[in-house]
Structure formats: C-alpha cells, structure tokens
Design a protein around this ligand. Structure first.
Ligand code: NDP
Ligand code: ZN
Length: 353
C-alpha cells in the first residue's frame, strides 16, 4: 500500500509500506476523511520529536473498518468510526495508577502513536490498537466534516479548558485561535466563563472566535498581549489562560497575564528550543500560586463518544472549522502544505477519500 508522510526532517512524500497486520484486539481501517494538523508541521518542519524516516503522517481520521482481530467484540468490517488521535493501551497496568492520564499509559506521550511511533492514517490502510476501547461509531446524522474534527481539534481545545480549570463567570484569555484555540474558546464557554479574551490576528479566525463565544478580541500584532490583557482586567489579570498557539515566549506571557492564584492550561506543542522561560517577577519570585498544567489530549472511545454527544446535542458545530475540502487521497500532500503555509483563509483543510 502507499501513504503520505515524512521522509526525514523537512521532507515529505509518498511512501510504500506493507498493509498493516491485525492483532487480536486491533483493527485495520481505510480512511473516509483525513485532516492534517499543525502538530504534523512541528514534527516534519521543526523536527520537534527528533528524526523520523519514512513515517506515514496523519492522526486525525474517520475510517471504515476492513478487518478486526479475533478478540474484537463491538466492531465489525464496514463500520464507520471516529479514530481518536490518541489511542492508549487500555490493557497496560500503568493505567491502573489513577494519577497517570491514560494517554501516558506506557510512558510520556505514549498514547500518541499515529504519526509519532507508528505509521499514521494518511494511507490506503491504517492500524488501530485496542479497537473496542479506542474507536467510536460515527452517529447517524453527523457529517464527515464534523466527525473528523473530533479526534483532535475538539477534544484538544476542550482539554485546554479542563487543564485551566475554569469556573463560572471567570475571565479567560485564550492565546491562539487557530482550530485548537477556537475549540478552547468553546471549552471556556461550556465551562461557564464570563469574559473570553481571544488572542489572534487572522480575520476568519477572529470571526469564528466571536461566533464560538469570545467576548473580546486581542490582536498580538497590535502590541504586547500581557499589557493588553492587564489593561482589559484593571491590572488584575485573567483568572485562567489557555495557551493554544504561538512561539515559546507565549508561556511566559501566560504567566504574566494570569492573576495571582490563577491557572494556565497549556495545549500548545512547543516545537523548538531546549528551555521554556518562566518570568521570575511575573511568577512573584516563584511564589505567585500560579499553576501551569500542560497536557496531551485524552483519547479513547469514551472521550470520542462524549465529543460526539456535544455535537449531536448542538452544543458545538466543529464542522465550521473546515475551510477547505479536497477529494481523494492523492490530495493529502496539498492539504498538508496548506497547514504549513497558513494563509488568511485557512483554518482547517480536510480530505475526503
Ligand atoms: P494554528 O497555527 O492554526 O494557530 C495558532 C494560533 O496562535 C493562531 O491564532 C495564531 O495567530 C496565534 N499566534 C501565533 N503567534 C502568536 C503570538 N506570538 N502570540 C499570540 N498568538 C500567536 O495552530 P492550531 O490551532 O492548529 O494548533 C495550535 C497548537 O496546538 C499547535 O502547537 C499544535 O501542535 C498543538 N496541538 C496540541 C495537541 C495536544 O494534544 N496538546 C493536539 C493538537 C494540536 P494568527 O491568527 O495570526 O494566525
Ligand atoms: Zn493533531
């Protein structure tokens, strides 16, 4: 079979690979809808995970099952399923340690397999471990555009709101309003935020942020975002900050703009550098009771079913993130390049296969 991926750092192309074999608990799928992710760009063009040779990319997929292992009980060939970006090993004993999120079941980030430690979904066929625990049926009435935004975009954005621990009426700053940050705006709204200050610049993202629940927009190109947030909050700072985009300095900016005792939820993937700076004075010399929680999005079947419930009950329409639709697997490279060189009009391209 063939797939599209990373030949080495800074280089992409088509790769020939064996059709994946199915283990007893696993499934092999063919793609129905695929989306490239900004994380693929960090991986390929910043070498964020280190070198990878001939790795098929793609971790945002809706697929049709072609084969299941002999122990798979709840899915069968032909089923249309949402495939989470994060597919933990649910039979790992480390999952029984309640303090370790499932996505780290076999070590840091170990639940992130596609396009990291194994071939991803930009291929004629792809493999899913522990199918009963990781796949979720596409509900009747959900569009492919909506469904393919669940594996990563919706769940990650909402995780930003979970990590930031937002309470009713809170003032929340969301740094970055690409597709992940836009879903973080939704998360902040669903968690009961009062004010939501959305930080970004592209017009289309700004419009969608307002649609999804932002109450104010801050353009980072118009001046220091810390100054702008402090000015908007009478010098107090935001109760919570969700970091969903930007270079390494945004973490320090988040520390400077969150109030004393406030919480930062980071979902940004810092692709470059060895050290992430935390400002000494903004952190009150280490004594500001400011918390930084950073996390990989949860995956697995229950999480996908919960995301689907939000869509089917009209709490959110993540399909609005999709700005470009390509047809045919051959177009996946073009869609990936669109994510690489994001123009004003691009939020999220997808490929229907
Ligand atoms: P985008 O590149 O589409 O969006 C980034 C946003 O950050 C844009 O709104 C951009 O503004 C804004 N931004 C850029 N520079 C700055 C700056 N200096 N100050 C403030 N804002 C800035 O990315 P995505 O939404 O696709 O992804 C966001 C991040 O989430 C990525 O790092 C991605 O890898 C990561 N991610 C993490 C996951 C997890 O599990 N934790 C899962 C999936 C993704 P502008 O409007 O000008 O473009
Ligand atoms: Zn992703």
């Amino acid at each position: 079979m063939r797939g599209f991926g990373m030949l080495k750092i800074n280089s992409t192309g088509w790769i020939e690979a064996d059709k994946p074999a199915v283990g007893p608990f696993d499934a092999v799928l063919e793609p129905l809808a695929l989306a490239p992710c900004t994380s693929d760009i960090h991986t390929v063009y910043e070498g964020a995970l280190g070198e990878r040779h001939n790795l098929i990319l793609g971790h945002e997929a809706v697929g049709r099952i072609v084969e299941v292992g002999k122990e798979v009980k709840e899915f069968k060939p032909g089923d249309r399923v949402i495939v989470p970006a994060i597919t933990p090993e649910w039979r790992s004993t480390r999952i029984q340690d309640g303090n370790i999120p499932a996505c780290h079941s076999e070590g840091p980030l170990s639940g992130w397999k596609f396009s990291n430690t194994k071939n991803g979904s930009f291929a004629e066929y792809f493999h899913v471990n522990d199918a009963d625990m990781n796949l979720a049926l596409v509900p009747d009435g959900m569009t492919l555009e909506q469904a393919v935004m669940l594996p990563d975009m919706l769940t990650t954005g909402l995780h930003g709101a979970e990590l930031a621990d937002i309470s009713f009426g809170a003032t929340v700053a969301v740094i970055g309003i690409g597709p992940v940050g836009l879903m973080a705006v939704v998360g902040a709204k669903l968690r009961g935020a009062g004010r939501i200050l959305a930080i970004g610049s592209r017009k289309k993202c700004v419009e969608l942020a307002l649609h999804y629940g932002a109450t104010e927009i801050i353009n980072y190109k118009n001046g220091d975002i810390v100054d702008q947030v402090l000015e908007a909050t009478n010098g107090i700072g935001a109760d919570n900050v969700i970091v969903a985009g930007g270079p390494a300095d945004v973490l320090g900016q988040a520390v400077n703009m969150v109030k004393v005792g406030g919480t930062i939820g980071n979902i940004n993937y810092f692709g470059e550098g060895d050290i992430l700076p935390v400002p000494r004075i903004g952190w009150a010399y280490g004594m500001a009771h400011k918390s930084i929680h950073g996390g990989l999005t949860p995956g697995g079947r229950d999480r996908m079913q919960r995301m689907a419930s939000l869509v089917m009950n009209k709490r959110v329409d993540p399909g609005l993130l999709v700005t470009h639709v390509f047809n045919g697997l051959d177009k996946i490279g073009e869609a990936l390049e669109m994510m690489h060189h994001k123009s004003e009009e691009v939020i999220k391209p997808i490929v229907l296969v």
